[in-house]
Design a protein around this ligand. Structure first.
Ligand code: MGD
Ligand code: MGD
Ligand code: 4MO
Length: 865
């Protein structure tokens, strides 16, 4: 055997030891980490007569295990490329994008074309006409991350950022914030120290739109699996409310409730009705901790609209028998119950649906009625809140890295002051993407290109106040030019954004004169670009980062992992082909534009990693040399602050004492440092913020003043159900991280629950009940076409009883977009279910995505396009 070198790297699915054959410059193997005796001790919890301690190793996901396959795939972009019929000085043939081929060009030529266009656009159109758009998720590492290197580049050159919608949070952000505040978490609940509370006190878990065995909270691989196993061993009852018999349900058993899509709010109201009429809610708590409860009670009992929300009424809507709803309500009230609303403590596919805002608010309503914050009673999903030391400071990826952009990241909270001295090293803020600058909405990108004027409310990732999301935006902004150049980073949107075909159509028009794609793989939207710049993966460059730590609107998210793992992400191999790190590409462009020194300060990515090391608490415990050698540091738990479970302070009417971005450190919305961020300081069943905004009874139809049942506009009460009778739920894929690791000819394609090989093509899977399949003559493994007025997509049928008749299941985020005919107007064979989901926003004033369910018809594919 050759001698292999062990390197350390981090991924969205866990940290890895990477074994490298340095002679061959090749990655040979990747494994999870085994912690050794020099690493800090693990935490320990005493509960119900037992001691619980996590295993001394890390876990990783299928897509992390398969990383080698995506590094060495033939789908890697090996050198810079130019679309064959694109001539920056002559005919651009914009309308041929997506069909033309590519020719290899040199880095010099590519950089000359890109910088030539940047100069031209700045001189001809002025600021703001260049738009840059990365995606939600980036390969791991605080230096290379999009909030870091990309923002520094964007702000150095002067580009407009296409604002992201709060995709993961939608219903919590646009809905729940108006009930309990927590804008600094975009409406999600705090989770600090809840695992200890859960294992000591909880008797029943209700997983509602929550599948942690699939979603792993976020980024935390299978760290929480053991916690649920312990709960199971202790006899904690588990209930699952999910149209799909999800993977967590599959592993732990427990009662499965499968509501008709778009009707969860009716089910929630049926439960509330039972508690109200049987007197099984916490009356004292509700009296002292809520606002508007009586008015909401009148609605539930039917005194305001004449419809009592009885379990019979709910049964009719959601297809769950009334006696089962009553039994659930009674068990819930009888036991100390934790509500896992979504996979992280918040989130959940239901929050990304047309009923997302009401669903999220009703989750808050139910847990409040039972005494939110009392021992064993909380909104908790088992994925966060383990007892790690969160006071040891290391930044997360949303803390702005080497950019320090306080407008577009969490840099201004803490990190920017530690990272930059303002003399030798400076942050790089935006001249365009500021509160009052120029804005584009990622989900309205096609309209911003194709339409003359676009309007929307709320930038999305805004956590300063509840009111901030009511701000109105127009594109183009007054005095700024229209978009002349799209600098795209990766290319997933046809697989991830509603009515995905819009993105393909956007590219094929003269209204978009220049498109650059800086990408690692040839996939999705990438082959619509004029110039393609090949980037490399994090395994081919230096970086630094902490497992699971996004920080920002997910404060202390490292507490999903059983150990805090801070890692020097070592360069394992040289960049494949002629690819370069994103940082080096940005630097090369900046150098040609005479701003190279401003961008890089003369530093390499490793120099920046070292600067970040010194900006953290690491130097107090380990030297740079030792960290560089060993590659990682496990934060000990010895200095952990005393246990302060989420919402206990609220239940006990004390000042907030949990960790993270908490109101106490930004008390502008509080009175006497007490209570919630809402106007009343209480959980508002009638929202004062919505009342002040004033649209609840006119045209903000999907967001009434209090949480109600508003039937889904993509559901069974619409006329469309006659033409498109099947409702499809499209949650996050189990075996990939969104589009990361899908396709690309990697081993992930061979996972039989991910894609299916039929006649030489790997089709994405569409799960359909045997009744619906039989009615259409569809058999397991058939190629089917799912369609509606938005488009059509081919899939491999999986006939299953894990989904009831009338409902189908299809993961979102196919990385492949393979149109059979004209791009944007023909059937896709890649498997982008989001071609069929709505582009409509949650409501007129809530610019969230509502893609989680859609109506379609399905047939056996007849070979048409
Ligand atoms: P989802 O997969 O959207 O996850 O985490 P979540 O929002 O918690 O939904 C979870 C469950 O809700 C699914 O089982 C789905 O069937 C169910 N569901 C969907 N709609 C409804 C509904 O209307 N009612 C009910 N009762 N249930 C419903 C998301 C989180 O996951 C995020 S935001 C990201 S970015 C990460 N993505 C990701 C990934 O792509 N792959 C993997 N493997 N893990 C991931 N983790 C993260
Ligand atoms: P990602 O897969 O994260 O998807 O949607 P997107 O943000 O659109 O896109 C990442 C892109 O960046 C990929 O093209 C990848 O190749 C590229 N990339 C990654 N790392 C690097 C790098 O280091 N360098 C370069 N140059 N490129 C890189 C995610 C979004 O999807 C999310 S977060 C949610 S929560 C939504 N969930 C959801 C749902 O629940 N249902 C439905 N139907 N749709 C959904 N869409 C949303
Ligand atoms: Mo997300």
């Amino acid at each position: 055997f050759k001698k292999l070198t062990r390197k350390t790297q981090m991924t969205t699915g866990g940290p890895v030891f990477v074994y490298v054959d340095e002679e061959q410059d090749k990655i040979v193997r990747m494994t999870p980490m085994d912690l050794d005796e020099n690493d800090a001790d693990s935490w320990k919890i005493e509960a119900r007569g037992r001691t619980f301690q996590p295993p001394r190793k890390t876990t990783y996901t299928a897509f992390t295990a398969g990383f080698k396959g995506t590094i060495y795939t033939d789908r890697r972009i090996m050198y810079p490329m130019k679309r064959v019929d694109f001539d920056p000085n002559g005919e651009r043939n914009e309308e041929k994008r997506g069909e033309s081929g590519y020719e290899r060009i040199s880095w010099d030529e590519a950089l000359d074309i890109v910088t030539g266009e940047i100069r031209r656009i700045k001189r001809e159109f002025g600021p703001g006409a260049m738009v840059i758009e990365p995606s939600s998720h980036h390969l791991w590492g605080n230096i290379g991350y999009r909030h870091s290197a990309l923002f520094r580049f964007m702000n150095t050159v002067g580009m407009t950022y296409a604002d992201h919608n709060p995709d993961s949070w939608e219903g919590f952000h646009w809905g729940a914030t108006h009930m309990w505040g927590f804008t600094a978490r975009l409406g999600n609940p705090e989770q600090t120290d809840l695992f200890e509370d859960c294992i000591q006190n909880c008797e029943m878990m209700v997983f509602w739109s929550s599948d942690p065995e699939t979603n792993n909270g976020i980024y935390s691989a299978y760290e929480s699996t053991i916690r649920r196993r312990w709960l199971k061993e202790l006899g904690v009852k588990m209930v699952f409310i999910d149209p799909y018999y999800n993977n967590t349900n599959l592993l732990y058993g427990g009662k499965w409730f499968s509501p008709q899509l778009g009707t969860d709010s009716a089910l929630a109201l049926g439960i509330a009705y039972t508690w109200l009429t049987e007197g099984t809610y916490d009356k004292e708590y509700v009296k002292t901790h809520t606002f508007g409860f009586d008015e909401w009670t009148e609605y539930v009992l039917g005194k305001t609209d004449g419809i009592p929300k009885t379990t019979e009424w709910a049964a009719e809507e959601c297809n769950i028998p009334a006696h089962e709803i009553r039994a659930l309500a009674r068990e819930w009230a009888k036991n100390k119950t934790m509500l896992a609303a979504g996979g992280l403590g918040g989130w959940g596919g239901a929050c990304r649906s047309p009923i997302g805002m009401d669903w999220a608010r009703l989750m808050v309503a139910l847990i409040t009625m039972q005494g939110l914050g009392k021992p064993g009673i909380n909104m908790y999903s088992t994925t966060q809140g383990v007892p790690v030391d969160s006071d040891f400071y290391f930044p997360g990826y949303a803390d702005g890295g080497i950019a320090g952009d306080c407008d577009n990241s969490a840099a201004g909270a803490t990190f920017v002051y530690r990272m930059f001295d303002g003399v030798k090293s400076r942050p790089m803020t935006s001249n365009l993407s500021t509160g009052s600058g120029v804005h584009l909405h990622r989900m309205r990108l096609p309209e911003c290109v194709l339409d003359d004027e676009v309007e929307w409310y709320g930038r999305g990732f805004v956590g300063a106040s509840q009111e901030q999301q009511f701000h109105k935006y127009t594109y183009p902004a007054a005095g700024y030019s229209r978009i002349q150049m799209l600098y795209k980073y990766g290319g997933p949107h046809i697989g991830t954004m509603g009515e995905g075909n819009r993105y393909a159509r956007m590219y094929r028009t003269k209204r978009l004169p220049f498109v650059v794609s800086q990408s690692i793989w040839m996939e999705g939207e990438v082959p619509f670009a004029d110039i393609i710049l090949p980037a490399c993966t994090n395994f081919e460059r230096w970086d630094i980062g902490e497992w699971c730590s996004n920080s920002g609107y997910n404060p202390d998210s490292h507490n999903q992992c059983n150990h805090r793992v801070i890692m020097l992400q070592q360069k394992c191999i040289n960049p494949v082909g002629e690819s370069k790190s994103d940082y080096e590409i940005f630097r090369a462009i900046c150098e040609k534009l005479n701003v190279g020194q401003v961008f890089s300060e003369g530093k390499t990515d490793l120099d920046w990693a070292k600067q970040m090391f010194y900006a953290s608490d690491l130097p107090t415990v380990i030297s740079w040399e030792e960290f560089f050698e060993k590659g990682y540091y496990i934060v000990p738990v010895t200095n952990k602050a005393p246990s302060a479970p989420a919402f206990r302070w609220f239940a006990e009417d004390r000042e907030q004492d949990v960790r993270g971005w908490i109101s106490r450190f930004r008390p502008g919305d509080l009175v006497d440092q007490k209570g919630l961020q809402t106007q009343s300081g209480k959980v508002e069943f009638v929202s004062n913020s919505l009342k002040r905004f004033g649209h609840y009874d006119t045209d903000d139809k999907e967001r009434p003043l209090m949480p109600m049942y508003i039937p889904s506009w993509e559901g069974h009460h619409t006329d469309r159900i006659k033409t498109y009778p099947l409702a499809v739920v499209s949650p996050h894929p189990r075996f990939t991280f969104h589009t990361h690791s899908d396709g690309k000819n990697s081993y992930v394609n061979d996972i039989k629950d991910h894609r299916v090989l039929i006649d030489g093509f790997y089709y994405w899977i569409f799960r359909i009940n045997s009744v619906d399949a039989e009615a259409r003559g569809i058999k397991d493994g058939d190629i089917i076409k799912a369609y509606n007025e938005r488009g059509s997509v081919l899939f491999a049928a999986k006939v299953t009883e894990r989904i009831p008749a009338g409902t189908c299941h299809c993961y979102e985020s196919s990385a492949e977009y393979v149109p059979l005919g004209e791009p944007g107007n023909s059937t896709d064979r890649g498997g982008c279910i989001n071609i069929l989901t709505p582009a409509r926003l949650m409501s007129k004033y809530a610019s969230g995505m509502a893609t989680e369910h859609c109506l379609v018809e399905v047939e056996k594919w007849k070979g048409d396009n």
